[in-house]
Design a protein around this ligand. Structure first.
Ligand code: NAD
Length: 427
């Protein structure tokens, strides 16, 4: 902390050239060390090389390149009109770095969710402490070894560790804390931040629903749901959590989902090198415990020794079943039938505000109703998960799914103080 505070105080992080230099250095790290990072992701989560590259390294590079391309424009002071009574005078809005920022990352995308906030924090001119997740130890170790080698050690540090180390970190006075993970720890982070009046961004999770209306192409719907749901073995914060099948389409949709799983992963998904594994035994036991209620349409096969759980679709699930009480965060997709759109909207609105709400519909009226009558971190039609790869869209939750947002220019907002400057000549 002392090193980073002193580093920030020198002003070294403020020039555009330093910021762009750090981003270029991070780009070099990701390119030169891609194989090392892919091996770490394989060790932690069984991630296949294609998926790991696309969702972790490639994703971060896209964010980084977008930031490099636009940073000068995002940092340019913005003139603000001055009311007549103050004239002659000039007013402008500038973005000031905050100071030393703490980024606490989770295990599920252990590289992307540590480095994408880092991109924004550095681009905004801050010094940064990165705390990777102890539940992805190989990636955590790789970040601890590599980041100080490529980035400015006066401005970037990695602290590895679990609860004790993070608790100690939270004793420090940061200028912003950016936390990604679950809401229970989110509350601990926010309480600790409150002691120092430190602003927080909380990127949390929750159950992201999918609404499917009658009349849509169920084969195409199922194919996209399967891709979004079983990515990273379902351990994705914006994964479709459950499906509300509207009207009488549940049985047909379940069949299409089973066919889509077969087409995507074959008869034995455990043999598909791109299909991931559950992060640890605790989560494995939690997930297999959720299979007790409902009818298994496809999947259900599991092996504790390798923490393999097949892509699983559950039918005849009661809203009271355990699988509907918590974020699933694994490869289990329950399908629940609801009579009509009103019932589907009521179902969503009776629960916590989700990180994402997805709908498959051909109806402009339905899209408008969902936009107006529901609240969620994001709303996406026809394609789950991918909205977070659109760099000009904000990414963040609302209510129980979090507070604050990042990606692209939204990261600059998050990691800056938006300062008012008024300049009136004396004469
Ligand atoms: P996790 O267990 O890795 O925890 C996240 C971080 O919190 C880790 O760095 C961990 O060391 C730290 N931590 C754990 N206990 C702590 C404590 N008592 N005090 C201080 N710090 C502590 O990850 P997780 O929480 O299991 O992650 C899964 C959750 O995160 C899901 O709910 C998921 O939806 C959500 N998530 C959200 C996003 C998003 O971008 N919104 C992305 C990924 C995951």
């Amino acid at each position: 902390m002392a090193r980073l505070r002193a580093g920030f105080a020198t002003g070294r992080t403020k020039p555009l050239a330093w910021r762009l230099g750090q981003l270029q250095a991070l780009r070099t790290l990701l390119t030169e060390q891609a194989d090392v990072l892919l091996a770490a992701l394989r060790a932690d989560l069984g991630k296949g090389p294609k998926e790991a590259y696309r969702t972790e390294i490639g994703f971060t590079l896209n964010e980084l390149d977008h930031t490099v391309a636009h940073l000068a424009e995002w940092l340019a002071p913005r003139p603000a009109p001055v009311p007549k009574a103050f004239r002659p005078a000039e007013a402008r809005v500038v973005r000031d770095p905050l100071g030393v920022v703490l980024v606490i990352a989770p295990w599920n995308y252990p590289l992307q969710l540590a480095l994408t906030p880092l991109v924004g924090a550095l681009a905004a001119g801050n010094a940064v402490v990165v705390k990777p997740s102890e539940l992805a130890p190989a990636t955590s170790a790789a970040l601890a070894r590599l980041l100080p080698r490529y980035l400015d050690p006066q401005a970037v540090a990695v602290v590895e560790g679990a609860v004790a180390e993070t608790t100690a970190l939270l004793e420090e006075r940061f200028d912003h804390i950016f936390y990604t993970g679950n809401g229970t720890v989110g509350r601990i982070v926010m309480a600790a931040a409150a002691r120092n009046l430190t602003p927080v961004t909380l990127e949390l999770g929750g159950k992201s629903p999918v609404l499917v209306e009658p009349g849509v192409d169920l084969a195409a719907t199922a194919e996209r749901l399967v891709r979004g749901k079983f990515l990273n073995a379902g351990q994705t914060c914006v994964a479709p959590d459950y499906v509300l099948a509207i009207g009488d389409i549940a049985a047909a949709l379940e069949e299409h989902l089973a066919a889509a799983v077969l087409a995507q992963y074959g008869q034995d998904p455990s043999a598909d090198e791109e299909y991931g594994r559950i992060v640890n035994e605790r989560h494995f036991d939690r997930l297999t415990g959720l299979l007790g209620e409902g009818r298994v349409v496809t999947g259900g096969v599991h092996d504790r020794a390798t923490r393999y759980l097949a892509p699983t679709v559950l039918a005849d699930v009661s809203p009271d079943a355990p699988v509907m009480q918590e974020e699933i965060f694994g490869p289990v997709l329950p399908v629940i039938g609801v009579p009509d759109l009103d019932a589907a909207i009521a179902f969503v609105n009776e629960r916590d505000k989700p990180l994402a709400l997805y709908a498959f519909t051909e109806s402009a009226r339905t899209k408008q109703r969902l936009a107006e009558e529901t609240s969620s971190g994001a709303l996406a039609f026809g394609l789950p998960v991918s909205h977070l790869a659109v760099p000009d869209l904000p990414f963040g939750g609302v209510g129980e799914s979090g507070m604050g947002r990042y990606h692209g220019e939204y990261s600059i907002d998050t990691f800056s103080h938006t300062k008012a400057v008024l300049d009136k000549p004396l004469a």
